[in-house]
Ligand binder design. Structure first.
Ligand code: KG4
Ligand code: ZN
Length: 344
């Protein structure tokens, strides 16, 4: 059975994992840099890159030890090659190149977004192509038609902030700390989602794009007004995001025939309220709903190893000159959304 080593280092998690071609996770190790970035309220690229340098090699060793294996027993080396913070991406990709070269193994340069996009097939081995994917993370908010490894059609993106970014900024405005998404979710559970009137940007428009900048400004005004409690603002914000996601995803479903499932992935997919709303939407459309377990939603290396497995099976192998790419869209043919501060 083919065994894939996956490396992830594109943001603030350093990770290494060993996964088999039939989707068994032999080992997965992760070191988060949360503490190093906490004083700054966000990820500092230079600090992140240095921390990846220190953490990565011991994590690879630990993963191999967990699986009771040596590097020679690994068949394929996969690493995130973008998009992300370029310093960190280079640490992981160069490490993968060195290992692949030294051990004489094939190298696979994985698009981090493809890692998220294919992760639901690692947790649910019955999930078949094509599926409709809501990919919601700290840097991205897209609706994609997933047809196979390397084969994506982007139906929608955000014209300004990503969904996770909106959660993180709201957490900052509310003084809830970093990382923001889980904190906002926790506060929202104690609040009234109808307490604060907030906008639902782009609701009802023909193209299923997203926008969160106006929502963030409205949250800021609500905080400054001093009229509302933190839990009420958090709950109202989360509900506004959910309303937008459901409306936009419902719209995308009308543009996508023959889907096998509605799937959500990326860090924001760890949010239980968002998962519940999407599950209901899928049921309304008689579609199965698939979401990876929480640890597989946020950044990790198992999803990178798995994307490597899927690409390897499809014959998509890279050579040692493959570049690190700070920007790397999954669907290069997709046009920029109007007014976009396009993220990838
Ligand atoms: O996929 P990910 O781990 O990293 C990126 O590739 O961006 O996503 C991180 C994002 C952060 O913005 C974080 O606040 C958000 O996912 N997030 C959440 C939750 N857990 C993580 N957002 C809302 N609710 C959560 N429970
Ligand atoms: Zn991610």
């Amino acid at each position: 059975m083919t065994i894939i080593l996956g490396l992830e280092s594109s943001c603030d998690e350093t990770a290494a994992a060993l996964v088999t071609a039939d989707g068994r996770i032999l080992a997965h190790r992760l070191a988060t840099q949360e503490e190093a970035h906490r004083p700054y309220g966000g990820v500092v690229p230079e600090i992140a890159a240095r921390a990846h340098v220190e953490a990565l090699a011991p994590l690879i060793e630990a993963a191999l030890t967990d699986a009771d294996m040596t590097l020679n027993q690994v068949d394929v080396i996969a690493a995130t090659a973008g998009p992300g913070l370029i310093g960190g991406v280079m640490v992981g990709l160069v490490t993968a190149k060195a290992l692949a070269h030294a051990a004489g193994k094939p190298l696979i340069a994985v698009n981090h977004l493809e890692g998220h996009a294919l992760s639901p097939r690692l947790s649910d081995r019955t999930l078949q192509f094509p599926y409709l994917l809501l990919l919601v993370s700290g840097g991205h908010c897209q609706i994609l038609l997933v047809r196979g490894p390397g084969d994506y059609a982007r139906l929608a993106t955000t014209i300004d902030d990503a969904a996770g970014e909106a959660f993180d900024k709201t957490a900052k405005l509310l003084g809830l700390g970093y990382p923001g998404g889980p904190q906002v979710e926790k506060a929202a559970a104690q609040g009234n989602a109808r307490a604060v009137p907030l906008p639902r940007p782009l609701l009802g428009t023909a193209e299923p794009h997203f926008s969160f900048a106006g929502l963030k400004s409205a949250v800021m005004r609500a905080v400054q007004s001093g009229q509302y409690s933190k839990p009420d603002i958090a709950a109202s914000f989360q509900q506004a995001v959910i309303d937008c996601m459901i409306d936009r995803t419902r719209r995308a479903l009308t543009q996508a025939d023959g889907m096998t499932a509605l799937v959500v992935a990326g860090g924001v997919a760890a949010n239980q309220a968002i998962r519940a709303a999407l599950e209901q939407l899928a049921a309304d459309h008689d579609l199965p709903f698939v979401a990876p377990p929480l640890w597989l939603c946020t950044d990790n290396a198992a999803m990178i190893a798995w994307a490597g497995a899927e690409r390897f099976a499809a014959g998509l192998i890279d050579d040692l000159t493959v570049p690190a790419r700070p920007r790397w869209p999954l669907d290069p043919a997709a046009e920029k959304a109007r007014g976009a501060g396009v993220k990838a």
